[in-house]
Write a protein that binds this ligand. Structure first.
Ligand code: ATP
Ligand code: MG
Length: 210
């Protein structure tokens, strides 16, 4: 797989090739700028392949509709996006598919329920501009709760590294292990400790698999 952000820029991934079996947990590491987040973006076709393909279950994802592709996987991005001016509940379940109790369970599984309950309106509290009532680590836990609700079979985690403290990191990893036991997990990690128990470790360097 080769991807490039813009014509004229060097490729961010250069002929990357690897296979993951269903249900495996893969830790992805590598220095800053090595292409970890670019790989995450390529999986969701935010970056389109310039050469090569990504296949999931034998299906070339460039042949799938974007809606179908993005519905089939969950991501906890490095810079999580919460929608301000809407409630926490809305951020987790925009189509009101789940009841409040299910949402609270997902928040509890993601280890973020206590922090939400401390807000004046609990799960109905508004998310402030740019998610400013939460830290980046907490925003990632909220994204995890969203992923837990969706019960995706593929989970992509782009750990925010410097933004996340040891304790939140450990919480995130434990919550992921518990809630996604049978899922295929690709987990970008900045600490070896968080991926040491994974099935595979993928080391990227300068856009290539090392
Ligand atoms: P980090 O550990 O800091 O998150 P990373 O491994 O996720 O790093 P990427 O974000 O994938 O690294 O970056 C890979 C390469 O692509 C770098 O050379 C980077 O400068 C470039 N790049 C990343 N985002 C963009 C962008 N939006 N536009 C242009 N180039 C980009
Ligand atoms: Mg990154």
């Amino acid at each position: 797989l080769t991807v490039r952000y813009r014509a004229g820029l060097p490729p961010a991934l250069k002929g990357v090739s690897f296979q993951v079996k269903s249900g495996q947990r893969v830790g992805i590491c590598g220095r800053t700028g090595s292409g970890k987040s670019s790989l995450v973006q390529a999986l969701f076709r935010i970056l389109e392949a310039e050469e090569g393909t990504i296949q999931i279950g034998g299906v070339d994802i460039s042949k799938l509709g974007l809606h179908k592709l993005r519905q089939s996987m969950s991501v906890i991005p490095q810079s999580p996006v919460l929608f301000s001016g809407t409630s926490i509940r809305f951020n987790l379940d925009p189509f009101s598919i789940h009841d409040d109790e299910t949402i609270r369970e997902a928040l509890a599984d993601a280890q973020i329920l206590d922090a939400v309950d401390e807000l004046p309106d609990g799960i109905h509290s508004m998310v402030a501009e740019a998610g400013s009532n939460f830290s980046v680590g907490q925003e990632q836990l909220l994204c995890l709760a969203r992923a837990i609700l969706r019960k995706s079979k593929i989970l992509i985690l782009d750990e925010s590294g410097a933004n996340i403290d040891h304790q939140t990191d450990a919480l995130l990893q434990q919550a992921v292990s518990r809630s996604f036991e049978d899922a295929t997990i690709l987990s970008v990690a900045h600490r070896l400790g968080s991926i040491i128990d994974h099935d595979l470790v993928l080391v990227l360097g300068d856009g290539k698999v090392l």
